[in-house]
Design a binder for this molecule. Structure first.
Ligand code: SF4
Length: 65
């Protein structure tokens, strides 16, 4: 399972980083980085919450890979 970001929708508000800091980092220039595209079983619940909580619906999970 892999994290997919719709960069046209993301407004870099950092909600995902607060929910899942292991997977998302907002840098000092307000650029979002996905730290690990592949979602490990340990992080899955947090990443799924980040996907749900993103106010811009910019996050999704791809089943491929
Ligand atoms: S929560 Fe959504 S809009 Fe906010 S930084 Fe993360 S992906 Fe972008």
């Amino acid at each position: 399972m892999k994290i997919v970001v719709d960069w046209d929708r993301c407004e870099a508000n950092g909600v995902c980083m607060r929910v899942a800091p292991e997977s998302f980092l907002l840098d000092e220039k307000d650029t979002l980085h996905v730290l690990n595209e592949q979602v490990t079983p340990e992080l899955r619940a947090k990443v799924e919450k980040a996907v749900r909580d993103c106010p811009r619906q910019a996050l999704s999970l791809s089943q491929s890979e």
